[in-house]
Design a protein around this ligand. Structure first.
Ligand code: BTN
Length: 274
């Protein structure tokens, strides 16, 4: 049994707030759990900018859950975790290139603390288990006229996904936490995820990516793998060589080492060990 919660219980404000260790809980400025929302990221973005920093929104269901690159995120009621957190950075957008990696790292560490082994990050911020997608992170940023950057971090974790429905709705290999940790409660997971996000967003804000880079590299599921990378209309193939200091993916094509900031990665099936 977990420190808080049981596998099937509804999301609980009391269990989550009581579970978060101090002083991390002091970074939270507001907290809401809704039965149903279009998207927790969209709901957070509807708050006035001044109220977004430290605000947390969870939902039992999302009717228009959003994924990266315009995809939808399948979000059935009461089964998974859909969580968004607002954060304000006193840095320009250009200083936040590694933020999606920080969110992935925080999520992967929360899963480790929940008892999971073997999860890997697929650059920039997918979390895979046995080559199947377990979690997705959506980081959306907007600048204010005063130069600050307001970020909404959204994390979706498949906890106990209904199989038939998901097979019909999700167009890529997926998995859920229940397949490995059937006793894991969503409330416990929310506590761990929020603690990790608070700690690492705060550290990233103060010191940037350098102190976090080695932890990300330990979870890097692409390192040494043969991959295909789609950047705009171009396709590159080669061996993943990790990341540089700006969070860009390094790809050794055999002719040169490319540094890619925005791209879609597909694993070459014959060599993948994720
Ligand atoms: C991805 O495409 O991998 C990112 C998926 C992100 C899903 C989460 S669920 C909570 C938050 N609200 C959303 O609408 N999306 C994110």
């Amino acid at each position: 049994m977990n420190e808080v919660g049981a596998p099937n219980e509804p999301l609980s404000k009391t269990l989550i707030l009581d579970g978060i260790a101090s002083p991390k809980c002091d970074m939270m400025t507001s907290f809401r759990i809704e039965p149903s929302l279009d998207s927790t990221n969209s709901a957070l973005q509807r708050l006035p900018l001044a109220q977004q920093h430290g605000a947390v929104i969870l939902a039992e269901q999302q009717t228009s859950g959003r994924g990266r690159r315009g995809r939808q995120w399948h979000s059935p009621f009461g089964k998974n975790l859909y969580l968004s957190l607002g954060w304000k950075f006193e840095k320009p957008l250009s200083g936040l290139g590694c933020l999606p990696l920080v969110v992935a790292l925080s999520t992967a560490r929360a899963l480790s603390r929940a008892g999971l082994n073997g999860q890997r990050i697929k650059w920039p911020n997918d979390i895979l288990l046995d080559e199947r997608k377990l979690c997705g992170c959506l980081v959306e940023m907007q600048t204010s006229p005063k130069g600050a950057c307001h970020v909404v971090v959204g994390v979706g974790i498949n906890v106990h996904m209904p199989v038939a429905e998901a097979d019909a709705e999700i167009d890529q290999p997926w998995t859920d936490l229940h397949s490995r940790l059937p006793e894991c409660s969503r409330n416990h997971l929310a506590v761990l995820l929020l603690e990790e996000l608070f700690e690492h967003l705060d550290l990233f804000n103060k010191k940037g990516f350098p102190p976090l880079r080695k932890y990300w590299q330990q979870m890097d599921g692409l390192q040494g793998q043969t991959i295909d990378v789609f950047a705009g209309k171009q396709k590159h193939s080669g061996i993943a060589m990790g990341i540089d200091g700006s969070g860009a993916l390094l790809l050794d094509t055999g002719k040169e080492v490319l540094s890619l900031h925005s791209a879609e990665v597909s694993l070459n099936k014959s060599t993948s060990g994720l």
